[in-house]
Design a protein around this ligand. Structure first.
Ligand code: BGC
Length: 452
């Protein structure tokens, strides 16, 4: 029989805290594993880190020009016009955002690319763009892509809930060109293909030379950093000096300790057996992990005791979103009125203060693990670049989790202090806004300026 006493509740929460905790020694072990996987990925051996060369170095800050940029990688698709002034300023004179219909995300690739081109067409019309001229366009495509040059790359595998058929294994720039032709749009010249992390690094390093790493903590998670070309052993090119940005695809890192809540989440996802780190760290999944624990708490009668119907409200997969967690954790009122309101709008009223405290604690447990794992992954990359942390490093980060989740950045900074002591001051996490928009235009400008 399940023990539902307050003591049982206390014990269960202590158990959860332990289950989700990431100690400094866990982090040290994770850093070691990360380094092994990074080395293997760079040399072309089997690794959970794909370590994809981007064929571009970071900008110098003097790149200039007018570009269009496409941003595909989350629930919305964006088309932007970006103006670079060559003095570190990237302006967006106009931009449009479109929600991607579920049937295009999970239908056929042709439908998805036709949707994209339909949005481009609407953007050109709305902003009265002269179609008799030609415009350089940078395509931010935030999925694992095996790039073979700056504007050519095959999708390895979909992530973040996308499943459109006929795209995996194909060059996504080629698919875009075909879709543009189908709609008779000939004023677009695709000059760069970039991952959002690469755009984020570019956007920050355009104004800050100490930036050598770009990170996304949003719907998904990933990072890129600046690597010596001589270390990218798998790169079959004659040039061996200089640097290149490497897209790590760290969301797929698999040397992580998963819990009895992570496993069913993975099993029910559209990509089971993959993206283990992403499924513990990113916005697409944190709400679902929390929901699975909540369902367990309800099943054990440790919460919502006064709400017979409580269980039903969160029975459905996806019914608790990370956005909701952030409202729960961010509630600073004495009686946690915000938490009560959140649950009221989800059909659970008259929630007790005790339950509100438990819910806030639960969100904190799940988000703290995410922040600490994210910080551990950053530490691994920085100690790969600079083992003794002799230099200062700026990490440009974008994504709603980092930007909006209450206390996320503080939890990451705290972990750096635990791990590195005073040297943690050498690591600065900076919100690099709109790397996937402005950043890819900067990449296009770097590509244009490095053409022989
Ligand atoms: C993708 C990465 C991307 C990250 C953040 C992951 O699911 O595989 O390419 O950078 O999400 O958007």
């Amino acid at each position: 029989m399940i023990d539902t006493s307050p003591v049982a509740c206390k014990e269960f929460f202590s158990y959860l805290e332990k289950l989700f905790s990431i100690s400094v020694s866990d982090i040290r072990a994770m850093i070691k594993d990360f380094h092994v996987e990074m080395g293997r990925g760079l040399s072309g051996d089997e690794s959970s880190l794909k370590m994809i060369p981007s064929f571009i170095d970071k900008p110098k800050g003097n790149e200039r020009g007018d570009f269009f940029a496409l941003d595909l990688g989350g629930t919305n698709f964006r088309v932007l016009a970006v103006k670079l002034d060559g003095k570190g300023n990237a302006r967006v004179p106009f931009a449009s955002k479109f929600a991607i219909p579920q049937e295009d995300m999970q239908g056929t690739g042709v439908a998805l690319f036709d949707f994209i081109v339909g949005c481009i067409d609407a953007f050109l019309t709305e902003n009265q763009v002269d179609r008799s001229k030609t415009y350089d366009l940078a395509f931010t495509f935030s999925f694992p892509v095996e790039q073979t040059s700056i504007a050519v790359g095959k999708l390895i595998v979909w992530t973040k809930g996308f499943t459109a058929t006929g795209v995996q294994g194909r060059d996504v720039v080629g698919l875009l060109i075909e879709a543009l032709k189908r709609k008779n749009i000939s004023c677009i010249n695709i000059t760069a293909l970039a991952n959002d992390t690469v755009g984020t690094l570019a956007a920050r390093s355009y104004v800050d030379p100490a930036c050598d790493m770009g990170v996304i903590m949003g719907t998904g998670t990933n990072a890129c950093y600046r690597e010596s070309i001589s270390n990218i052993e798998k790169l079959d090119v004659p040039i061996a000096d200089g640097h290149m940005i490497v897209n790590m695809e760290w969301g797929n890192f698999d040397k992580v300790r998963r819990t009895c809540y992570d496993r069913p989440l993975d099993k029910a996802s559209v990509n089971p057996g993959a993206m283990f780190l992403e499924k513990m760290v990113s916005g697409m999944y944190l709400g679902e992990i929390t929901r699975l624990v909540l369902v367990d708490l309800i099943r054990r009668d440790l919460i919502f005791g006064n709400q017979a119907h409580g269980a039903g409200c969160f029975a459905k997969r996806g019914s608790l979103r990370t956005k909701g967690m952030s409202r729960i954790e961010g509630d600073k009122t004495d009686r946690l009125d915000g938490v009560a309101l959140f649950f009221k709008t989800n059909g659970i009223s008259n929630i007790t203060l005790h339950d509100k405290i438990l819910l806030q604690r639960l969100c904190r447990i799940v988000s703290a693990r995410a922040a600490r794992l994210g910080a551990a992954a950053i530490s691994a990359v920085l100690t790969w670049i600079d083992p003794k942390l002799k230099d200062v490093h700026t990490v440009g980060i974008d994504g709603s989790l980092f930007e909006k989740y209450p206390g996320f950045k503080t939890k990451m900074d705290d972990m750096f202090k635990e791990l590195f002591g005073e040297k943690a001051e050498r690591i600065t996490l900076v919100h690099s806004k709109d790397g996937s928009g402005k950043g890819s235009a900067i990449i296009a400008a770097v590509a244009a300026s490095s053409k022989p």
